[in-house]
Structures are given as C-alpha cells and as structure tokens.
Design a protein. Sequence first.
Length: 306
Amino acid sequence: MTTERERRLARERKRRQREREGGGVRRSDVRRAQIEETTTLDAPLEQPAITLDINGPAHGLKIAVIPDAQVKPGVPINHLSACGNYLTEIRPDVILCIGDFADMASLSSYAKPGSLDAEGQRYKADVQSARVAMDAFLDPIRAVKGYEPELIMLYGNHEDRITRAIAENPRQLQGVMSLDDLGYAEDGWTVFPFLQPVVIGGVAFNHYFPSGVMGRAITTAPALLRKMHMSCFAGHLQGRDIAYGKRADGSSLTTIISGSFYQHDENYLSPFTNKHWRGMYVLHEVKDGSFDEMAISVNFLLRKFS
C-alpha cells in the first residue's frame, strides 16, 4: 500500500520534472503543498496554552500585534521601520509577533531528503534578509531610552520549515541549520514553538488555531469564537476577519484573524486575491479577555512614519 509520504514524494518528483521541462509550477500544486505544510497530522499535539503574567496598568495592557511579515530577499521592508517608529510613539506594554516574520522561501518545497549544498546560498540569504528586517523594526525601539516592552515571538509555519527540513534529513542538516539562525532570541524576543498558544490578559494568541482530526487551521473569526470560547488572535491567513460575542457575565469576547503585514504580492495568489488588507493591530485595555482593537494599515504607517 502506498503511504501518504510516498504519494507526497511522487508529487514532488512530478513537479520538479515539469520545472525541468519548462512547465513551471501550477497554482494547484502550490496550494496542495501549503496544505501539507500546515497540517499538524504528523506533528506532535499542540501544547496546552501558556499563560504569561505581565504587569501593566490597572485598566489593562496595550499589546501591539505584528502579523505575518513574510520577509524574504528582494521585498520592501520600510514599513517595518515605520512600524518601529510608530510603536515608539504609542509605547505598547507588549509587542507580539504572531509568526512567519521570516518567509524562508528556500525551504518551501523541501520535501525530499537531500543535501543542503543546492539550497545553502538561498537559505543564508533568507536568514540574512530576516535579520536585516528585524533590525529595521527594532532599531527605533532600541533607541528610546528607558522603553523596554515585552517582546513575544510565536513561530509560524514558515519558520517551522527549518524544523521540517531537519526532520526530513537529520543526518545532513542537524547542526547545519536551526531556528537559532534567525536570531530572534538574540534580539531579545521570548520565543515560543510553532502552534504553542500563549495567553496574555485573557486573550489567546497563536499563529493559527488547529481544529479537527487533520489539525487544519480555523479559517474564520466566527468559527474561532465558536470553537475556542474565548478571545483569540491568529495570523496565517491574509486580510482580516473579526467576530464578537459575549460571555454569560456580559463581558465581551473578540476573535481576530489577520496575517498580512507586508507590501509585496504573492505569486501563488491571483491579482484579485492579492488585494487583501495589510497591516497590524494595537489592542488597548487588554484585561480578562476584553480589549478595544485598532487596525493600523501598512499604507498609514508608510505615509505617517517613514
């Protein structure tokens, strides 16, 4: 009987053959690879949520949420420095990256075990572009004397490509590449594994929230509210989706899915679907699961804070 892994490798061989013959990559193949990459079927079960006790004002925390930046070589990053400038003005208590700050495009098709030699230079370029972009984002914040916000980094499925590549070929890649190459911890971030939910002020944050036997991402904010029964913030999906509810005691619940904080277009999307909203969020007065959300678009940051 053919296993799912064997079928995956067969599809990858066909894809590479089409590329050699000049056929390119079909959009359907890209989508299938994305689904395989983001399923948790072969991964360990997600960890129980970790609650972080962060001191803040009595009325609640101010949390800046940075959705998926998907930084890779050649894409504009000036919105990240503009965002850093903006955050120095509003001074959030917490800055939280929801995952996929780095795109790691060199590993996006890493399904078949092989040598790092062929991809080594592209991998290094991916890592370097992420580190340069992180400096662009953090430099304005570092320059403010006495301002030291909590920096929380959740790994996304794009950073997890490194882990998956090592798992596919541990004999050649173990010790050659690692998540530490991205330098997040060196830059002062408290880092959490892919799909590790983190709760701050009664709000759960995760790159995405899995559901069902296959562990696929919950894709709408109303579904996230129904399934999680608490205020949540997820990235991973382009655009923005918001849902509201109330608990039995009358306090509010809010779920947000927003996963696009970049300027470039993605080649696997159509001209229409590339027109999604792009930006970040500031959550005001975060306390016991309630907050007031404020959406900040990339265009606003570039216009006002570049």
